[in-house]
Design a protein around this ligand. Sequence first.
Ligand SMILES: [Zn+2]
Length: 113
Amino acid sequence: MHELSLIQNLLNIVMQSASDNCIKKVSSVALVVGENYGALPDALDFAFHVLTQDTMCAGAALVVQKKPLVLRCRECLAEFSPRGATCRCTYCQAFRTEVVSGRELYIDYYEGE
Ligand SMILES: [Zn+2]
């Protein structure tokens, strides 16, 4: 379950930043998770609640914002969200595409006092 180590890393960043900013208690943490990142929202939620116990993030809300997968065609440079399992350009049908967004996972913001 890679969500545990993932959340642990993110919490380390949040808690480091919070203590740098004299925040004693974190009330919410917002994440942006790409559709294609491969993290399950339920597993993230579970990991968050387990790992925040007895920390400054205990009881904080986890807000997960999903980001859709967006590809860019290398032939016509159009950006599009793929439909179904194919990554073909929906405009010119080319196969040469690259990922613009949808594979990321990062902290959007956190709140505390
Ligand atoms: Zn194209």
